[in-house]
Write a protein that binds this ligand. Sequence first.
Ligand code: NAD
Length: 485
Amino acid sequence: MNVPDLINSVPTGLWLNGRATPSESGRTFDVINPATGEVLASVANATPADATAALDAASAVADEWAATAPRVRAEILRAAFEAVTARADDFALLMTLEMGKILPESRGEVAYGAEFLRWFSEEAVRIGGRTATAPAGTGEIAVVKEPVGPCLAITPWNFPLAMGTRKIGPALAAGCSVIVKPAEDTPLTMLLLAQIFADVGLPPGVLSVLPTLDAPTVVGGLMADPRLRKVSFTGSTGVGKILLAQAANNVLRTSMELGGSAPFVVFDDADLDKAVDGAMLAKMRNGGEACTAANRILVQNGIREAFTTKLTERVAAMRVGPGWDAESAIGPIINAKQRGSIAALVDEAVAAGATVRTGGKPVDGAGFFYEPTVIDGLPDDARIRRDEIFGPVAAIVGFDTEEQGVAMANDTEYGLAAYFFTENVGRAQRVARRLQAGMVGVNRGVISDPAAPFGGIKQSGLGSEGGSEGIEEYLNTKYIALPPV
Ligand code: NAD
């Protein structure tokens, strides 16, 4: 599909009761193409009253959807997987247009994001329970799983499809209705997905989508409503803490996928080429705008210069440009504000004595591009060694011993992903256990897999998404005490 036809095929209303609907306020907001700075589309801007309407719908259908046969729920999810896959090119182009990532990465996200629908279609029919005889023989213990009830899913802009399907898939599989609040920068992908769910027969009201420029008020109203039973959030740790505090009032179930500061540790017994390939993926994939992105590249001093030289050559060769251009290896940053915060981190480090090996500046002209960058020689107290960079900047720091490398890797309040490279099996086992992270990649630069539990520890979050663990986040455990047989 060409771009105007594609944009015209995307619903631009709120998704309420199975169809696109204007906001009760009549207000809209613009979605910007970050590669050009131009307006791509205008979408309805939800108000708290719209959110109440979505929760009315989600509550009205909750019992019926929970009672729908698991096989029926599974088949709707499977049909949605097939339909998204059939329109993979459209979803990929749409994400490239609204978020900026290069088309091959958008195609990768369509495959990854759609897979959550297939995976959870398979999990929907395997929700179990257990029975046991009480040890004293005084009764029978039956344990059953029940859907938690209406859920709110709040997603970030960096993976516009996958961050939605990773929540919608298990919620629907478990029998929950769900309201999605997509990121304001990238609402179009979620609206197209909602249309697809309606096309494959998801009953109206089970899934709503509420784009809004006023997330705190719209979300705050929903969180205060006792009919909402769960919030699943992916985004920054700061916003996650606000939501956790709000969730306390009604004691909501919460899943929190928050920020990260992944260490990427290269030991001097690593395969250098594998480590450089891994660093390119862990750092530059998605333009560095990933919660799992290598934020701190820690390299044992014996191979630091060799590693840095090779990585610098690869990064310097990356062509920056619009994501739809086949020559581009890296697209724009999501918006001017985000680009400004990346630039500030680099500029501060350089002012304090760090060395830019390549890149280091915003790109002049239209759009929000930033040069792929390698810096080293970072002072101990540089902010770039603590804060999430969320951009194409590889910040390299040396260390001497394994002990020191592990201690530096763990020296953060975050605990989402960690990567390390070594050819020594004993070290691999030891370090994998000692790294404080919810996910550890050994000699790998990409770890996400819909069949594996994704989640963080420390201030990176609570709970897991994906894998056989993911559906548990949407299920309550109920114990039924039965008389002895
Ligand atoms: P963000 O926290 O600014 O926004 C995330 C979502 O929360 C958006 O939909 C936004 O509109 C909404 N929001 C913002 N303020 C809110 C409030 N007061 N109340 C309710 N909702 C609010 O994050 P972002 O900039 O969109 O995404 C980047 C962040 O997300 C990074 O920190 C990244 O590490 C994290 N992230 C984490 C994961 C993970 O799985 N752990 C995955 C992707 C991104």
